[in-house]
Design a protein. Sequence first.
Length: 251
Amino acid sequence: MKVFLLAGQSNMAGRAPSAEVGEPAGESTIRMDYVCSFALDVMTPHRSQGWEPLGVSPEHEGIVCPHFGPEIGFGRGLIEAYPREPMALIKHSRGATNLAEDWHPEATTGKQLYRDFIEQVRSAQSRLEAAGESCEIEAMVWCQGEADSTRLEWAEAYKTNLQHLFAATRADLGGEKLPILLVLSGDGKANPAMADAEIVRQAQRKVASADSQVTLVNADDLTLLDHVHYDAASQLKLGHRLAEAVLNRRN
């Protein structure tokens, strides 16, 4: 079983409405285990009922309609690349969260999302193995950065924090050569709160250029449904772009 990890904030969760997901393209053959929330004050995020067929996420606290992120396009792209191989996605997406504190691997207070993410992955792997499936983590997708661009100290620490996050994830889950697909976060032109977006983006570029196992995936041409979130067409496009990056690495 090829397992892909997806983590980040609200663009990973995805606000794209399910009515615009398009016709199914076999993605239900892929399994997904996910955690999702949007609002900062949601203490208990929505969780899948264990492994479920890949599909749109239901309405839950903080969002008023079924929705999806890059996982649908990603799954469709993976099926095109690996039509006969069993695959699973593990997704942990928490809106409005930052890397400086919320996702920091050594956090002992606050949301401690890194701890929750690692626990989720290990639990999901254990359930696969209990069902007789051997599994291997193929790659991780990281889609986050907008929150850290709203505070200068967070933005200036982003490069160090991102390198630390990737090193910790590899040590805990995937080995030192775990491939990571890093989505270049938004430029903030439509969101005045993201005053230090370019510092974060430059940090992401530097991390990718210094690490041969990190692939930077550009999203600057994608369109938004509001001041920061990708619309449905762009979420599907981003997912396919991520799948292409996986295929390119494999080749």
